[in-house]
Each structure stands twice: as C-alpha cells, then as structure tokens.
Design a protein around this ligand. Sequence first.
Ligand code: HPA
Length: 263
Amino acid sequence: MTGPTAGSVGAGQTAIIGGTGLTELDGLTVQEERMITTPWGEPSGPVIRGDLNGHPVLFLARHGHPHRIPPHQVNYRANLWALREAGAARVIGVNAVGGITSAMGPARIAVPHQIIDYTWGRQHTYFEQGDGVEPLDGVTHIDFTFPYDESLRQALLAAAGRRQILAVDYGVYGATQGPRLETAAEVTRMERDGCDLVGMTGMPEAALAAELGLPYACLALSVNWAAGKSDHIITMEEIEQALAEGMSSVRAVLEEVIPALEA
Ligand code: HPA
C-alpha cells in the first residue's frame, strides 16, 4: 500500500479545536468572538479570532466553555462548518485519549495517522437531506483512505521536535461513543483491531473536515492507560494529573506550529 504524500500546507488561517483540558488558549489575545449559526445548528460556542503570540489563529472549544457538552452530543457538523465560515484553511483537533499500546502512556503526545470509528448515532455527514439544507443532487462518497492531512501532521511533529518535545509520530485512533470509558475486553478487541489510542471525539470530526475539504490533523494527549492496560481502574484524578502534566507540551507545540503554517 502506498502512503500519504505530504504536499505544502499553504497559507491561510489555522483553526484549533480544543478538547478536554483546552477550553481556552493561554497567550491568546482575543480580537473577536463570533457565534455563527449554521444550517446544521449551533456550534459548541463562539469561534474566537485572535493572536497567539502575535500570530492569527481561530479557536473553538469542542465541549463548550466551560466544559459542558459530552462527546456524543457535540455538534461536530456545526463546529467544522462554523470554522470554515470564519475562514479556516486547516484545522488542528486537540484530543485527550487513553493509551493502548506501549508508547502511548499518560502525558505522552501523539500525532495519529489512522482512525477506526466505533461511534454510532452521531450526525456524521454533510451529504444527507436536512431541514434548511439544499437538496442533494446525488450521493457522495468522499475518499478517506488517509484521514489526516500528511503535511499538517508533519508540521506538528516538526514543531514538537523544535521544542524538544517527544511526540509519537504514528497511531491508530479508535473513536468510541462514550461518555463512559471502555471495558477491558473492548480495549483488548481494539488492540487486536490495531488501535494505539482510544478517544471519544476524533470522529466524526475528521471525516466532516474531509467532506468540507479542510486539511485536518489530530494532536492527541494521552491522559490514562486505557481500561485493563494498567493494574488499576481509571480515575478522574489520574486523568487530571496527566492533563496538567501534558497540556503544557500541547500548548508549546501549538505555539510553535501556528507561525510555521503561515509561511
Ligand atoms: N477512553 C476513551 N476516551 C478517553 C480515554 C479513554 O480511556 N481517556 C481520555 N479520553
């Protein structure tokens, strides 16, 4: 099988979708907060247009601010639509995940390269009939062989490298429905399937970005060993501790990558 090719990232605004632990961006000077109504309903909150250390960026908190929308109830369609409307040329999704395979322990950053979707019942496509939406004139199946944009992935990895942050340069992201965590048997099955990471928000976000033609990549932060992968059950304290430890690296990668994407 051939791999994805990394073209140039091109200019234009970069949007960040902040997940758990990233409902706001330190160092962001807010210029505008715009609530954008879309044909798909309301996004999780306003799209924030601002400067991160002097570099323009768009930001949206996936779960709202404060954090209140559970993963299965996020309006992913409205979020991506609103970001495109605000002028996003590419999107970086920041996602907290559980680590399944050995490199993916708590507080580790990864830039996944593939996805397996285990979610169900989410509004996951723009290519369907809907209220207030133009009727479809045909059925569309987008190619999704390589779900993440390779140039954006490489830009994230290079940014991590420049800050001397160890970021795992691969990972199959298994997207689960939540909001509950998985059983040990589910994680064993996911590992057999080839998943390295498990999270609840990676899909349908990546596919919707692809449907809109927006280059998309995921910056994942492992906040716990997935169910059954350690000698204890998963606690919120453990997750919060890993978030506190790893989020500074996530912020550093974002600060480093935004100016690089302008070039
Ligand atoms: N499973 C699913 N989603 C997650 C996890 C997990 O273990 N940790 C953080 N998000």
